[in-house]
Design a protein around this ligand. Structure first.
Ligand code: KG4
Ligand code: ZN
Length: 331
């Protein structure tokens, strides 16, 4: 059973094939068109997905040396409505033309399961999902059985990285650059806030604190202390993730944690989490940011357990992990 996975929820077009033999092919294209606008422009994202998706599909089939997949999985939410609609319409048309099952995928579940792309991880485990759109701490009790223990009350962690990078004049998308700049900085130079909200998160106060620090110091501060600002922000941002994760380990007694989503690419984060006395697993960096492989894997696992979606599948921009079942009509 070769399952095609399609990801178009934001600014990455992902196409992958997953079968009993594992991942057969995984292609991701990150859209560059948004750089000049300082953020993702939804309409441009949707149009670019429509252009790139057929090309990636052709390339994927060619490289896996198959004519067509046996099932089509597609991210149906959460994400940008127009971008999701391109992927979902494409998947529905393709599945119907081939006469094969369609499987709608929850992007958040795909991130949770992305940790399985690199090998076995036994349930139960905790999941810290930190991306550009979401920040949640989840208990994965078993396959398809999740409890969201806490989530951000405002901005997502990745969103804070991107916004602060912009405030620091590092451009967009600037999270990776911020991490680079922080390497030569003193992380204790500025004391930025780490909110204590139990198992919830908040990033808007941290972003605002950096904004006012830069506003007060002006160009001079940026010119002289950019690495210190970046390092101090990064310390506070990651400290919050670490503290919530530690509280979740304490409260649940589950001593295994997967850190997934784009922020998990951050090597300072990886270093900090590795020092803890519980087990921490990370997906490979290419499976941390949005990709088709995690969608193909989720579709494969769902189909194996008898889940598929009707051809009336819609798009769900605000889909939560708890609502995943509304994508499926079970056999
Ligand atoms: O998971 P992802 O590709 O998309 C969403 O589902 O949102 O995550 C993208 C996010 C970006 O917002 C970016 O800020 C963050 O991942 N990111 C990083 C790094 N690389 C990407 N955050 C911190 N450090 C990084 N090196
Ligand atoms: Zn994502």
């Amino acid at each position: 059973m070769r399952v095609l996975g399609i990801e178009t929820s934001c600014d990455e077009t992902g196409v992958a094939l997953f079968s009993e033999r594992g991942l057969l092919v995984d292609l991701t294209r990150t859209q560059d068109i948004h750089r000049a606008f300082g953020g993702v422009v939804p309409e441009l994202a949707a149009r670019d997905h429509a252009k790139v998706l057929p090309l990636l599909l052709r390339e994927a089939l060619k490289s896996a040396e198959i004519k067509a997949p046996d099932a089509v999985a597609v991210t149906a939410g959460p994400g940008l409505a127009g971008a999701l609609a391109v992927g979902v319409a494409f998947a529905k048309t393709y599945a119907q033309a081939l006469g094969v099952p369609l499987i709608g995928v929850n992007h958040l579940e795909a991130h949770v399961l992305s940790v399985l792309l690199d090998g076995e991880v036994e349930f139960p485990f905790l999941v810290l999902l930190a991306s550009g759109g979401h920040t949640e701490i989840i208990l994965a009790e078993g396959l398809f059985s999740y409890k969201v223990l806490g989530r951000t009350l405002d901005d997502a962690a990745g969103e804070a990285f991107d916004k602060v990078a912009k405030i620091l004049g590092l451009g967009y998308p600037g999270a990776a650059k911020l991490e680079q700049v922080a390497k030569s900085g003193n992380e204790e130079a500025f004391e930025f806030p780490v909110p204590q909200l139990g198992l919830n998160f908040s990033y808007s106060g941290l972003k605002t604190a950096v904004y006012y620090q830069v506003k007060r110091g002006g160009e001079e501060l940026l010119a002289e202390r950019l690495p210190d600002l970046a390092a101090s922000f990064q310390r506070a941002a990651i400290q919050q993730l670490l503290e919530v994760a530690k509280r979740a380990v304490e409260e649940t007694g589950v001593r295994k944690l997967a850190v997934v989503g784009g922020v998990a690419r951050n090597s300072y984060l990886r270093g900090k989490f590795a020092q803890e006395d519980f087990e921490v697993v990370f997906p490979s960096p290419r499976f941390s940011t949005d990709n088709g492989a995690m969608v193909a894997l989720t579709g494969f696992l769902r189909l194996k357990e008898g889940f598929s979606s009707p051809l009336t599948l819609g798009v769900y921009p605000d889909l939560t992990l708890e609502d995943t079942s509304l994508l499926y009509a079970r056999d």
